[in-house]
Structures are given as C-alpha cells and as structure tokens.
Ligand binder design. Structure first.
Ligand code: PEP
Ligand code: MN
Length: 355
C-alpha cells in the first residue's frame, strides 16, 4: 500500500503514520518529494486492514497496489486449478458442458431435459429446485421435492448435478444431495450464504453478480475459499448494461481477465446472458474461443410450457448443433471435452489450500 501525504502535511503527521504502521508489525518507507511525501507500506495486507489511515491527519490518499484476495489469487497458486464435480473435471485442460432444465418442474420434464443434456454430451446436470425469481408470483421451484427429483435422475443417468441454494438455512439440505452448489447472480454478495456454502465442503459454482465488478466477484470467491473450501468455479452470466436487445450483456473479456487474476476455473452461461435460444450457440462459440473452461446451458423438452426461462431453453435440434459446435471448436482450441474420469483422486485437490 502507498500512503500519499498532502503537500501541507507536517513531519509530525508523517511520523504518526510511520509509528502506526510499525505498531501493527508493518514497515514504512518514506519518500520525500519537493511538494509531497509518499509512504510505502510493506507487510501483510491484513495487518493494515483495520488501520484507518485515510483518517490520519495530513493523509491525502491510500492506494492499494496489491489485490485484496489471496487464497484464490493466481499469485498464490500460479498453476490453474481443476475442480472436480463427482468424477468430472472443470479446469484449464478440458471443456465441460453442464446442462439441464432451468427449473425442476416435474419428474417427467426433468428426466427428459436431463436425457437431452446427456445426449448432447453434457457431463454435469443442472437444475433449479429453489428458484430466485424477480416476482413473488412467479414459480418459486419445487424445493426439497425438486431436489429429490434431481437426485433420482442424476443417479439414473450416472451424472453429477449442480443446483442453486438461495438461503443459508437450506445449505445443509441441498449439500446433502447435490454434487455442486450454485450461488446465483442475485446472491453473489450474500456473505452469510457464501460462508455457509463454503463450509458445506462441496464444490461451488459462483455466478457473477449482474452489477458486480470482476474484483468484487473474485472477492466473493475469496469468502468461500476463506472457509477452507477452494473448490470454486466462477461463472460469467452476463451483466447489466444499457443494451436491451439481450437479457444481459455477456462480458466475454471477463474470462481471460478472471483467469489472469485467479487460479479458479471460469465458465460461461450463454443461456442467462443472451436470454434467447438463438444466441446460445454463437455465445458458446465465443466461450470456447475466449478460453472459458466450460458452459452451462438451459434445456427443456417443451420450452413453450416452461415455468421458467423457456425462451432461452434449447430443444433437441439445437442440441444436435450444439454438440457439433462444441466438438469442432474445442478441437480448434486444442481442448478436450470433459468426460467422467476414473481415478480423479490422484490429481484431486480442494479442501486443502494447495494445488
Ligand atoms: C440459473 O442458473 O438458474 C439462474 C437463476 O442464473 P442467474 O443467477 O445467473 O440468473
Ligand atoms: Mn434460468
């Protein structure tokens, strides 16, 4: 950190900063210019976290030069990490397709959607049992019953599944059945939920808040990591902009930016970003081209009857094309489509802080 003193700061003001830094175990290096003095602080960021340097007399600005996150930072773990969902990897060496219904509506609909997902080459299922809806009058999800349906279908198809949890009180119930817990865009900064989800010890799919900066998103991942759970996958799902022709604006640059800052895998949700069926394939191409580690896609056997997000759900014909696109583009990008991998334990990591 660098403390910039005002031109009018006295020697006593400078000394107060130096002493305060020393008291918390840090070191201060003073550089006196003709018009201004700056003080460079060396030490662990947490040492300075509670020091109100901004409020010290004579201080003009306090500038952070290193990132506020550590556990998820690429500096801590220069090698990109792989997160295992059951025996399926999500990481830099592979490209993982997660697919399934937006919401679990019934047993038949879920089974049909998940079979479609499997036929399209997905290796992880998705489905919402607890739905965070903008309107209280919209379908809120089947809750525990939905969770049981997902668990049954996942067992039948021998595929792990990810599902959203919207409140800390439900984390234990969801974690007992799901292979991966999803934190949605609306809850990205629900810090209590992040902590509970982290403590559940399951892999976490952390969606980017629709108005969150990349740093805020990574800090949310740091909350989960701080509980000792490093099995976090980041998901870019579009952000709010002034552009109304898509549901959200897919921020493709967030993928390489986040990958340059953290060791965590980063995937894209082309369904919730575009919000339209016809955009899912082009955005999937973009995801592979930009280096995303996977995509998560909504599927429905009869989107016209869907209780949630029908307009963006893919049907069988789209899925045939999706499969072709994924195979062709991953081949060009020199990546393998992820499949269940036996013996994953050899390379597995997650609960420890090491990769
Ligand atoms: C979802 O994946 O079902 C969902 C609600 O996504 P998001 O949080 O990105 O809107
Ligand atoms: Mn949805």
């Amino acid at each position: 950190m660098v403390v910039v003193m005002r031109g009018s700061a006295s020697d006593e003001d400078v000394t107060k900063v130096i002493n305060a830094v020393g008291e918390v175990g840090g070191e201060a290096f003073v550089s006196r210019g003709k018009h201004q003095t700056i003080i460079g602080l060396v030490g662990d960021l947490t040492q300075f976290a509670e020091l109100p340097l901004h409020a010290f007399p004579g201080v003009e600005d306090v500038i952070r030069v290193s990132k506020p996150y550590k556990l998820v930072s690429i500096e801590t773990h220069p090698r990109p990490s792989t997160v295992w969902v059951g025996d399926v990897p999500i990481g830099r060496d592979t490209f993982t397709l997660l697919a399934g219904p937006c919401a679990v509506e019934s047993e038949d609909q879920t089974r049909a959607a998940c079979r479609m997902a499997k036929d399209a080459g997905a290796s992880i299922l998705r489905g919402g049992a607890y739905k965070p809806r903008t309107s209280p009058y919209a379908f809120q999800g089947l809750g525990e019953q939905g969770l049981d349906i997902l668990a049954d279908v996942s067992r039948e198809l021998e595929m792990p599944f990810v599902t959203e949890v919207v409140t800390p009180a439900d984390v234990e119930t969801v974690a007992a059945k799901a292979d991966m817990l999803q934190v949605g865009t609306r809850n990205m900064q629900n810090f209590q939920l992040l902590k509970e989800v982290g403590l559940a010890g399951k892999p976490v799919l952390l969606k980017r808040g629709m108005t969150a900066t990349i740093d805020e998103w990574i800090m949310a991942a740091e909350y989960i990591a701080h509980t000792g759970n490093l099995q976090v996958v980041l998901c870019e799902r579009g952000i709010r902009t002034y552009e109304p022709s898509t549901r959200n604006t897919l921020d493709v640059s967030a993928v390489p930016v986040a990958q340059s800052l953290t060791h965590l895998p980063v995937i894209i949700d082309p369904s919730h970003s575009g919000g339209k069926r016809d955009l899912v394939l082009p955005l999937t191409k973009a995801a592979i081209a930009v280096g995303a580690d996977g995509v998560i896609i909504d599927v429905h056997p009869r989107p016209e009857l869907a209780l949630c997000d029908g307009p963006q759900a893919l049907v069988t014909d789209d899925l045939i094309k999706l499969r072709e696109v994924i195979l062709r583009f991953t081949d060009a990008a020199d990546r393998e489509v992820a499949t269940p991998t036996a013996g994953k334990q050899a390379g597995a990591w997650g609960r420890s802080a090491h990769v």
